[in-house]
Design a binder for this molecule. Structure first.
Ligand SMILES: Cc1ncc(COP(=O)(O)O)c(C=O)c1O
Length: 386
């Protein structure tokens, strides 16, 4: 299978195009930035080439209608129904939409709640814009990561405005169940909070089902903006593209105001790629998902056999493994130790929340042999340190 054929030699392209493969010296295996090492679907390549043969002048500021219609259809298949094209706001990628949600739905000094550990731009957007981040750490239980609803209630004050949700969750890989999302929605409505739900990973799920929180009731739909984009599913991060979706057009208008003059305009190649992905890359996606699930299961077996002392819960979605090295003798500098001694480049846990010093995130969207090589290198370092 093509996903099995990748070698560091070819992945470290001579042009320096891949940020991940060129950041560290050549003897380091880069398992950090969340993009896949796999080639994209040929249908996307073809669509980009064909699009370049057409006019590439300014597009419509609201985006290509055919793409918007496909996104509406995709959302309705996920249960988010009743949308029309005016309920979508295209953005250059998802991170600007995260920042725009924070700016549009809260003011400096307001309190904003999020489960941690979490995708670091959530925390950066709050800190950089003087919002008070209130962390609701996920609980590690026998059955997996769970939301601490008791603590969640205790975090609310008259200054609380917004709840930031990441589902499927980066970095734990949790896919939240309907009952959890219903409880979160009830909580947000009772406290009159806005909800930003980043659902970028929704297609990469191995167990469970993706449920958009905004699909749960018309009331929660009115208080929610859902964010998504093509980059995780179809491996098109370098092309950009994102969308903010809300039944409440005032939320989108407030976000558009924040982005005015700095948000740019939709990119014609990005839109062509996204459209081709939704129309013609579903077989590719199925293959990728099956391969990633195999990698996830391989890691689960490896950790149980070779590194049982390292905390790890198999992710239900995403291509991220989240490791707890906090009991290792080198926990305080685990990121550096893995980089210098194991020669594996990982994400340092503390960027996902200051309490996660001693944790690491590994991206397993690469050939299984490279995943194995990275884990073997890490295991050797752990074993020599014990
Ligand atoms: C939850 C989440 N949101 C957003 C992004 C980034 O999206 P984009 O590249 O479209 O800005 C990532 C990338 O890893 C992510 O994990």
């Amino acid at each position: 299978m093509q996903f099995d054929q990748l070698s560091p030699h070819t992945l470290r392209d001579p042009h320096g195009y891949s940020g991940k493969w060129h950041f560290y010296p050549e003897d380091v295996l880069p398992m950090w930035v969340a993009d896949m090492d796999f080639p994209i679907s040929p249908a996307i390549t073809q669509a980009i080439v064909e699009r370049l043969q057409e006019r590439v002048g300014y597009p419509s500021m609201t985006g290509d209608k055919a793409l918007l219609q496909l996104i509406v259809h995709q959302q309705s298949q996920r249960g988010l129904t009743g949308l029309s094209l005016e309920n979508l706001l295209l953005t250059t990628s998802v991170v600007p939409a995260i920042y725009a949600s924070v700016l549009a739905l809260s003011s400096p000094g307001d309190e904003v709640i999020t489960q941690v550990p979490v995708y670091h731009p959530f925390l950066l957007a709050l800190n950089e814009h003087h919002r008070m981040a209130r962390h609701n750490p996920l609980l590690r239980t026998e059955s997996g990561w769970e939301i601490d609803f008791e603590q969640l209630e205790s975090l609310v004050t008259p200054r609380t405005r917004l709840l930031l949700l990441c589902n499927p969750q980066n970095p734990t890989g949790r896919v939240f169940r309907r009952d959890e999302l219903e409880q979160l929605a009830e909580f947000a409505l009772r406290h009159r909070l806005w909800v930003m739900s980043d659902e970028l990973w929704a297609d990469l799920i191995y167990e469970g089902e993706h449920i958009p929180i905004a699909s749960l009731s018309p009331e929660i739909a009115q208080r929610t903006v859902t964010l998504t984009g093509p980059c995780k599913t179809y491996n098109t991060a370098g092309l950009g593209g994102g969308v903010a979706i809300s039944h409440n057009k005032q939320i989108l208008a407030a976000m558009a105001q924040v982005l005015k003059g700095i948000g740019g305009h939709p990119n014609v190649l990005s839109m062509a790629a996204w459209r081709a992905a939704l129309e013609h890359a579903q077989d590719w996606l199925q293959e990728v998902r099956a391969y990633l699930k195999g990698n996830r299961d391989f890691i689960t077996g490896f950790m149980a056999q070779r590194l049982p002392q390292v905390g790890y819960l198999p992710p239900q979605g995403t291509y991220l493994a989240w490791f707890d090295f906090s009991r290792a003798p080198f926990a305080q500098e685990v990121h550096k130790v893995m980089l210098k001694r194991a020669k594996v480049g990982l994400n340092d846990g503390k960027i996902f929340g200051p309490q996660y010093q001693g944790w690491l995130r590994l991206n397993f969207a690469t050939s299984r042999s490279l995943v194995q090589e990275a884990l073997e290198r890490m295991a050797r370092v752990v074993q020599t340190a014990d």
